[in-house]
Structure formats: structure tokens, C-alpha cells
Design a binder for this molecule. Structure first.
Ligand SMILES: CC(C)(COP(=O)(O)OP(=O)(O)OC[C@H]1O[C@@H](n2cnc3c(N)ncnc32)[C@H](O)[C@@H]1OP(=O)(O)O)[C@@H](O)C(=O)NCCC(=O)NCCS
Length: 242
């Protein structure tokens, strides 16, 4: 795990862009796998090099949750499993997710995973698979990490057969525990369409605050939906959660 230290980390430049690493972490740590937070040597920013990283390394980013759940950085080798999960749940996922129709092939999923690996290397986000008793159940990701303001936004989905078992609530709790304890992030946002009550139930179950509604925030195939924005602060975490 990342070793927390006082204050924010140093400025580094990745892909021509200055970024602020979390406390105690350097870009070299991320690439070389020091501090146990990654093993992505060779994950430059080319698809070919990411494609050659087929994992099998126990050192890749991984978090253990309760009830047989663990989260692990999605790797290129996971693409077929992710596609199978999507294929088995298309109408279910399509109701609330705008990318389902455009995600048809293993290559489409590899592109998504590649982008998640790039954001992991840049320390600006990540896409994690959620495994329940060894089976891929869904995906949870950080859309971005703003190190200046120490905030992030969480998105998620489950395969239809894995719903209603508390898997996503546990995955969110595990991830936020890590992001507060190890990265010292301060603010967490979850957005859901106003009518997506199953998604809204997750931040509500975890004690997030409903901070308001953003009108026509997302285009879902043939209509706009409003978003409810839920926020959680580090100082509130653990005070009132399910
Ligand atoms: C949003 C989504 C992940 C929610 O899934 P979910 O199964 O309702 O969420 P969880 O895995 O946390 O499970 C909660 C359910 O399990 C039940 N449960 C069982 N054991 C539980 C436990 N230990 N802890 C919490 N809940 C538990 C809860 O009562 C709840 O069921 P209920 O809705 O009937 O009350 C899922 O509906 C989904 O993927 N939808 C399509 C994509 C989507 O909308 N993504 C979000 C876009 S913003």
C-alpha cells in the first residue's frame, strides 16, 4: 500500500502534463511497482505495450473487501470476461449506462481497459474489476482524481445476476476506506440519474449527503436525464453508514 505522509506529493510530468502524486509516491513507484501499488513496467501510453502486459502479477493494485469480494485493477487479459458480463446484461445495463451499445467487441473492452490503465499510471483515475468468490461481478472506477482538492468521483455497474447481494455497497465501502486511509482523499462524489433508484440507494446506504440535482446532465441514447449528486467527506466517513 501507499505509505501516507504529511502533505501532498511532488509534481511530476506524465504525457506532457504536470500531475501531483499522492503522498509518498513517485511516478517511478507506479511504473516499477514499488510500495506494492503497481506493477505496470512497460505500460507506456501505447496500446501495443499495454497489450503486452497480460498480468498474472500478484503485485497489481488489489483491495480485499468483506464477504468474498475483492477489487483488482482491470488488465487487458480481463477483456473477454468483462465482455461476457456485459453481453449477459445488455438491456439491464443499457437502461442507465450510455456506452453499452458502443461496446460490442473484445477490442472495445480492451480500449476501455487500456484507458483505465493509462489513468492508473498517470494517477488520475483507475478501473477496477469486482470479483465475488472468484467470479467477475462488475466494475467500479474513479472517473478522475483531483489531487489539488483531494476529491474523486466514483462510477459502477454490476452484471444483472450479481445484483441485490450488497456487492456494490461493499465495493464502494472498501474503495473509500482505501482512498481515505492510504491516499488521504477528502471528498467523494457519486452521481446517479434521478430515476435510478438502485444506484441512488448505494450512496444513501453509505451515508452520503444529497447535494442537489444537475439538470439534463447526461444523454442516454435518446433522452437526457437529470443527475442527483451525492457527496461524502472524509470527516463524515464512518459516522453513519450501512
Ligand atoms: C446500480 C447497481 C450497481 C446497484 O446494484 P445493487 O445490487 O442494488 O447494489 P448492491 O450490490 O449494493 O446490493 C444492494 C441490495 O442488496 C441487498 N443486500 C443484501 N445483502 C447486503 C449487504 N450485506 N449490504 C448491503 N446490501 C445488501 C440490499 O438490501 C439491496 O437490495 P434492495 O435494493 O432489494 O434493497 C446495479 O443496479 C447496476 O449495475 N445497475 C445498472 C448500471 C447502473 O445503473 N450503474 C450506475 C450508474 S449511476
Amino acid at each position: 500500500m501507499v505509505r501516507p505522509s504529511a502533505g501532498l506529493g511532488s509534481k511530476r510530468r506524465v504525457a506532457g502534463r504536470p500531475i501531483l502524486w499522492p503522498p509518498g509516491v513517485t511516478g517511478d513507484d507506479l511504473v516499477r511497482g514499488r510500495n506494492g501499488i503497481g506493477f505496470l513496467a512497460g505500460v507506456g501510453l501505447s496500446a501495443e505495450r499495454v497489450g503486452s502486459f497480460r498480468g498474472g502479477s500478484s503485485r497489481v493494485f488489489r483491495l480485499n473487501g468483506e464477504n468474498g469480494i475483492h477489487l483488482r485493477l482491470l488488465e487487458i487479459r480481463d477483456a473477454e470476461q468483462v465482455l461476457d458480463l456485459i453481453d449477459g446484461s445488455r438491456p439491464y445495463l443499457r437502461e442507465w449506462l450510455p456506452w453499452v451499445d458502443a461496446t460490442r467487441t473484445v477490442q472495445d473492452v480492451q480500449t476501455f481497459i487500456h484507458s483505465g490503465l493509462q489513468s492508473y499510471v498517470a494517477n488520475s483515475g483507475r478501473e477496477l474489476g469486482i470479483w465475488r468468490d472468484g467470479r467477475l461481478a462488475g466494475v467500479i472506477g474513479l472517473h478522475y482524481i483531483n489531487w489539488t482538492h483531494r476529491l474523486t468521483s466514483i462510477g459502477y455497474w454490476l452484471g444483472e445476476e450479481f445484483q441485490a447481494r450488497g456487492i456494490m455497497t461493499t465495493a464502494c465501502r472498501t474503495l473509500i476506506d482505501f482512498l481515505i486511509g492510504e491516499y488521504q482523499l477528502n471528498r467523494f462524489e457519486i452521481r446517479a440519474a434521478t430515476e435510478n433508484f438502485k444506484s441512488r440507494a448505494i450512496p444513501e446506504r453509505l451515508g452520503f449527503t444529497n447535494e442537489g440535482t444537475q439538470r439534463q446532465a447526461e444523454w442516454l441514447y435518446d433522452h437526457f436525464v437529470d443527475h442527483v449528486i451525492y457527496g461524502m467527506l472524509a470527516e463524515e466517513w464512518g459516522n453513519d453508514r450501512g
